[in-house]
Design a protein around this ligand. Structure first.
Ligand code: BT5
Length: 256
């Protein structure tokens, strides 16, 4: 079995980033890479410090949900120190989903689309997700990508897929440096040209133009019309345009 030290050395040797993954901490098992990255952030870790685990025992998603994290997935967290005000931090999630999707598409040899806010879809099924958490003025950004199929009889979580479905030769070791590179590229783009980031997100999403149900405390229906400059989803309802800052949307009909 590959040791964490071997893997760290292999990934670091392929790294072409300026900050992301420098340094890179690799663990065979973590509770959640976001927990480890939170501790590093609280201890003053610099922007780009990253934690990768081969397996998570308590991986988490947004809104208190879990992230199923068996061996064969990419579980990565990066400490960021954004110059953006916290109300614009949802844009970080969009930037990292674009980056992770770009790397996943190359390594999966298939298009990867985005579902608001931070889901990555392959053939309409969830192949990855992003979780952004605040630790003081740092943002800890977790990236989860299903790479190899779950071993044994399990089919993985409902609605999930993995990159090996499209590319059986996909390798975690060569995917990881590209995820770091593409995430860094889109995070830097956010700093200099947020408009270009939003344009790319609009081009890659399955959410816009669709009839949706917005799953918030008081759910409502509408058409996902656009994304606002702070990352909020703009939903056209019978009573006007509503901004959705956090939550989930479910398509209520297929429009493309
Ligand atoms: C997300 O949450 O999609 C963000 C996932 C972030 C995971 C990374 S892994 C590295 C870092 N460390 C962590 O502990 N977390 C981050 P959300 O949109 O809330 O989606 C969660 C939902 O997706 C669950 O309720 C399940 O329905 C589904 N799900 C759980 N595990 C999955 C998996 N491996 N693949 C696809 N879907 C999954």
């Amino acid at each position: 079995m590959e040791t964490a030290t071997d893997l760290a050395a292999q990934i670091s040797a392929q790294l072409r980033t300026v900050h992301f993954g420098r340094p890179l901490h690799v663990h065979v098992v973590a509770t959640s890479t976001n927990d480890l990255a939170r501790d590093l952030a609280a201890g003053g870790a610099k922007e780009g410090t990253a934690v990768l685990a081969l397996e998570q025992s308590r991986g988490r998603g947004r809104l208190g949900r879990g992230w199923v994290s068996p061996p064969g997935g990419l579980y990565l967290s990066v400490v960021l120190r954004p110059a953006l005000p916290p109300e614009r931090w949802p844009l970080i999630g969009l930037a990292l989903s674009l980056g992770a999707a770009a790397a996943a598409a190359v390594h999966g040899r298939a298009p990867v689309r985005l579902k608001w806010p931070n889901d990555l879809l392959l053939d309409g099924r969830k192949v990855g997700g992003i979780l952004v958490e605040a630790v003081g003025d740092a943002a800890v950004c977790g990236i989860g990508l299903n790479v190899l199929p779950p071993s044994g009889s399990g089919m993985g979580p409902e609605g999930a897929t993995w990159l090996a479905v499209r590319n059986p030769d996909v390798s975690l070791n060569s995917l990881a440096p590209d995820v770091l590179l593409e995430c860094e590229r889109w995070y830097m783009k956010l700093g200099v040209d947020p408009g270009a980031l939003l344009a790319e997100w609009r081009a890659r999403t399955v959410t816009l133009g669709r009839a949706v149900r917005v799953a918030v405390a008081a759910p409502f229906d509408g058409v996902a019309e656009d994304i606002d400059t702070d990352g909020a989803l703009l939903v056209r309802t019978t009573t006007g345009l509503r901004r959705v800052l956090a939550g989930d949307v479910v398509a209520t009909e297929r429009s493309r």
